[in-house]
Design a protein around this ligand. Structure first.
Ligand SMILES: NC(=O)C1=CN([C@@H]2O[C@H](COP(=O)(O)OP(=O)(O)OC[C@H]3O[C@@H](n4cnc5c(N)ncnc54)[C@H](OP(=O)(O)O)[C@@H]3O)[C@@H](O)[C@H]2O)C=CC1
Ligand SMILES: O=C(O)CCC(=O)C(=O)O
Ligand SMILES: [Mg+2]
Length: 736
């Protein structure tokens, strides 16, 4: 029987599943479709690493590995909700929570020295950062706003900050010494590669060996000079100060778990340069590591003798006074951009800057224009281009603007997003060589601390990506732009392949272009300002960035996106939206039993998953279920049933009631499957008749704190109870 795997994850979407999944299970009962769950939450993944230390009833199987294997099967049908990509502070918090719940987990080794510590560190490393998506994404991505969602957004445009020529906010990036500058790229002939650091003293350190590459694979080698990076941060600090702009740093320290925490650490180190220079020994003595952010630094000060801690805090306060104002994440609680690397994530943070007229929050809880530091030029220039465009032409208008769907190169850990195992922080000055046997393929002069990395993209994914781009351009009759820069080494190789693979398709009458990111941005913006849709066809990083940027500008959030990954092996991975797991929503839920999470992404993913079953399996009711769900989603949007924003109105749970009701109504009304119509006619009637009572039960609980029994590993019963407070609704669903 076709089986949908629903992933169990973290934070707000995990809470939402406690309410929505029982409804889905009820609706799919007797449909010829099975639905199961798979625990790939951060807590579940941690526990799966330590079976040897857990009792039988505490053990959790390695569901992520199982799901990874499933992606290679044509039967795969996975609904993937967004999960936490944990920074080290988050990982440590999750470990502490599990320990407190009685799981005998080892502490996270800060500086592993013994063999045992190294073993533990290696196990935790598999859970760190973006550890789920690269395993499951065995296909390229097709992300777009469903037509009904786009139509709704145009009819009910969200708030958009104004832009004028006077706005000083802008993007600043490096102009030398970055990854862009140093990139070298070659096509593999299927060689096994070694990466070797040759010290200035002639010593050789093997950084990686026997890296298997496939024939036709693009291999890039590049590095970030941290001296140039520090200079860049220092000069941007001076600029922000002079122009009275907030200073903000936008990185992807969660996904880019090896390189970006270090880029972040240099920002912390530069911001507090005087403090680190003067008190370096004290800070070292308590294990301060700037990569972990100011939050961790403050916590460690507590371990110093009181008078040293006080002196250092005073020095930090003077540093803050001398520096430009720092962008805040939570001004009420004094949490800054530099508190932890996972707090400002570029794909989500930069769109809000554009939406909010170039502003972020300052320490007084007021909006202030920002200088957005995005060190590497490979991707910064397109953000600079959109801010320049808004300055010149004003804000974009969600009521009229065209749509920018994305076709993203993602499969098989493509490009930078698969580079973690081959990213190295260079220990000493020297030269990094990529070799095949004795043949030296690239050779780069580096200095201690530089961040060197090798990224790769296989040929099969590139070919499939070009195919998917042509398919989407044809189906929607929309121009498609490949965002590739002929002046970047990697992109130049990709361009050769794109040109070759485009010849495999009938592109007659299609408008397909290749433009550098900043030009692609200008071209796209000019079109969408005229209301014209334009497909962006991008590599893995821009896929991530643009599928938050345009949705947030067009429809107010990326949560409502349809995100389909046709797996190379024939199965389907259906991701929900492009947004994250909204930690802020959990705080609100805990404080006042109100969950703002919008499950529209889950609804759309379920629809796509059912359609996939209808197209690939016989003997199920998937077709009728998908068609009626689509209509239900339209009704849901037309009647504005997304979570409201005010206490006392419907939240996530209330929105699920409405979806269930519209879906039941559509099922009862359709003529293709009389048995189903019959089964759902009473349900539809009941749901309508009991509306007042159900909404009262759902909304009546709001306004009080909720005990979840844990953040990363909440108590299932407590949460299930909290998320299903309407006995009336539960009884109707259970009767299904
Ligand atoms: N695919 C995946 O698995 C992804 C996982 N992540 C992970 O999620 C965590 C948080 O990431 P971050 O990038 O800060 O994103 P957030 O989860 O904080 O989302 C950013 C903002 O988007 C809005 N938002 C997102 N989803 C919804 C929704 N369903 N309903 C309503 N509003 C929504 C909210 O904005 P507002 O308050 O302005 O309305 C939210 O504050 C990190 O651990 C990150 O790694 C991130 C992206 C994708
Ligand atoms: O895997 C992650 O860490 C984030 C992924 C993401 O942001 C995206 O795919 O949009
Ligand atoms: Mg993203």
């Amino acid at each position: 029987m076709p089986t949908i795997v629903w992933t169990k994850i973290d934070e707000a979407p995990a809470l939402a599943s406690y309410s929505f999944l029982p409804i889905v299970e009820g609706f799919l009962d007797e449909s010829g479709i099975d639905i199961t769950t798979s625990d790939i939450s951060l807590a579940g993944r941690i526990l799966a690493q330590f079976p040897d230390r857990l009792s039988e009833d505490q053990k959790v199987a390695d569901h992520l590995a199982e799901l990874g294997e499933l992606t290679a099967s044509p039967d795969a049908n996975i609904i993937k909700l967004p999960n936490i990509s944990a920074s080290i502070p988050q990982l440590k918090a999750a470990i502490a929570e599990l320990q407190a719940q009685g799981y005998d987990l080892p502490d996270f080794p800060e500086k592993p020295s013994t063999d045992e510590d190294k073993e533990t560190a290696a196990r935790y490393a598999t859970v760190l950062g973006s550890a789920v998506n690269p395993v499951l994404r065995e296909g390229n991505s097709d992300r777009r706003a469903p037509a009904a969602v786009k139509a709704y957004a145009k009819a009910h445009p969200h708030r958009m900050g104004q832009w004028t020529g006077q706005v000083k906010a802008r993007v600043t990036h490096m102009d030398h010494g970055d990854f862009f500058d140093h990139e070298e790229s070659f096509i593999s002939r299927g060689q096994d590669l070694d990466v070797v650091l040759i010290g200035s003293d002639g010593s050789e350190t093997v950084l990686a060996s026997g890296i298997k590459t496939a024939d036709g694979e693009i291999v890039d080698a590049t590095f970030m000079s941290v001296d140039a990076l520090d200079e860049f941060y220092a000069s941007s600090l001076a600029q922000a100060k002079e122009e009275d702009l907030l200073w903000s740093v936008h990185l992807k320290a969660t996904m880019m778990k090896v390189s970006d925490p270090v880029l972040f650490g240099h920002a912390v180190r530069t911001f507090l340069a005087d403090v680190f220079d003067k008190y370096g020994d004290d800070l070292n003595s308590v294990g301060v590591n700037p990569d972990l952010g100011l939050g961790d630094l403050y916590a460690r000060l507590e371990k110093l003798p009181a008078e040293r801690a006080t002196a250092i805090k005073a020095a930090i306060d003077s540093a803050f006074a001398a520096r430009p104002a720092l962008a805040m994440v939570d001004s009420d609680n004094g949490i800054t951009n530099l508190h932890a690397g996972n707090l400002v994530i570029i794909d989500a943070s930069m769109p809000t800057v554009v939406r909010d007229s170039g502003c972020m929050w300052n320490a007084d809880g007021k909006r202030q224009e920002t200088l957005a530091c995005i060190p590497d030029r490979s991707y910064a220039t397109m953000y600079a281009a959109i801010m320049d465009d808004c300055r010149e032409h004003g804000a974009l208008d969600p009521a009229t603007m065209g749509d920018v769907p994305n076709v993203g190169l993602m499969a098989q850990k493509a490009e930078e997003y698969g580079s973690h195992p081959t990213t190295f922080i260079i220990a000493h000055d020297g030269c990094v060589e990529v070799r095949c046997g004795d043949e030296v393929l690239t050779s780069q002069q580096v200095e201690a601390g530089d961040i060197w990395r090798m990224s790769r993209v296989r040929d099969v994914p590139v070919r499939d990506w070009v195919r998917l781009a042509v398919e989407r351009a044809r189906i929607t009759n929309t121009p498609a732009v490949f965002w590739l820069d002929a002046n970047r080494a990697h992109d130049a190789r990709v361009i050769e392949k794109v040109k070759a693979y485009l010849r495999e398709h009938d592109t007659e009458g299609l408008d397909i272009r290749i433009l550098a990111p900043a030009d692609a941005m200008k071209f796209t913006l000019a079109r969408i300002r005229r209301g014209e849709d334009t497909i962006s066809v991008t590599g893995n990083v821009l896929r991530d960035y643009l599928t938050d940027l345009f949705p947030i500008l067009e429809i107010g959030t990326s949560a409502k996106m349809l995100s389909v990954v046709p797996l190379l092996a024939g199965g389907g991975l259906f991701e929900t939206g492009a947004g994250g797991s909204a930690p802020k929503h959990v705080s609100q839920f805990v404080a006042e039993d109100y969950l703002r999470w919008d499950s529209l992404g889950e609804f759309c993913a379920l629809g796509a998953s059912l359609e996939h079953i209808d197209q690939t399996s016989e003997g199920t009711r998937a077709g009728v279920l998908a068609a009626t769900l689509d209509k239900a989603i339209r009704a849901f949007l037309e009647n504005d049933r997304s979570p409201a924003r005010k206490l006392g109105q419907i939240d996530n749970r209330g929105s699920h009631y409405w979806l269930a009701r519209y879906w039941a109504t559509e099922l009862a009304a359709q003529r293709d499957d009389a048995e189903l119509a019959d089964r759902f006619s009473d349900v539809a009637t009941e749901l309508a008749a009991r509306e007042d009572q159900i909404l009262e039960e759902l909304n009546g609980v709001q306004g009080h704190p909720v005990d979840m029994g844990g953040y990363y590993h909440p108590d299932e019963e407590l949460v299930a109870e909290a998320m299903r407070p309407s006995t009336t609704l539960n009884a109707i669903i259970e009767a299904l």
